[in-house]
Design a protein around this ligand. Structure first.
Ligand code: AMP
Length: 170
């Protein structure tokens, strides 16, 4: 877990390689679902284009279906859960939850420098606001379950990767 710009995707990739696990990127999963030819695809696409959070039931079902299709494999799940509802209703209990902490200022700087068309100051502010409101409450939930491992996301890629590996004893 971590805000947009915290390096979640990069770190999830590295960790999955280290663990020999499958990297499930929920943003990608939703993107593929949005390209299908069914009514749900249009709903997903509209929500993603606005930078808003896709409906909890839709996301949870897609993630559970994906995990079920790869039963018995280890997973590094990225981008899920993004709401407390998703965390609780999915019934998924992770072994470890890695939280990559980054200030809004650093997150904004990083997103602006990567120059993606959907990274305007307005959409960045909106994503961070949604993150604070919808996603941050999950941190307390996982903390109370003793699975939350926090690292600072301010450093270089290798430095952050090393801290994550230490946290979960890879
Ligand atoms: P990301 O690549 O993680 O930034 O995700 C891209 C977009 O996918 C987000 O802006 C959301 O619209 C959607 N999304 C990704 N993961 C979730 C999730 N767990 N719940 C709801 N929407 C999500």
């Amino acid at each position: 877990m971590g805000p947009a710009g915290s390096g979640k995707s990069t770190q999830a990739d590295l960790l999955a390689q280290d663990l020999g696990a499958i990297h499930l990127n929920t943003g990608d999963l939703l993107y593929y679902a949005s390209q299908e030819l069914d009514p749900q695809a249009a709903t997903i696409k509209e929500t993603m284009d606005k930078g808003e959070i896709v409906d909890d039931d839709i996301v949870t079902n897609l993630v559970l279906k994906h995990l079920d299709e790869h039963k018995g494999e280890d997973f590094v799940v990225e981008g899920f859960p993004r709401t407390l509802e998703q965390a609780k209703e999915s019934g998924i209990m992770p072994d470890d939850v890695i939280y990559i902490a980054l200030s809004d200022e650093s997150a904004t700087k990083r997103m602006l420098s990567r120059g993606r068309p959907d990274d305007t100051p307005e959409t960045i502010a909106k994503r961070l606001k949604i993150y604070h409101e919808e996603t941050e409450p999950i941190l307390e939930y996982y903390k109370s379950l003793n699975v939350l491992r926090q690292v600072s996301g301010e450093g270089e890629i290798a430095e952050v990767a090393q801290k994550i590996a230490q946290q979960i004893n890879v």
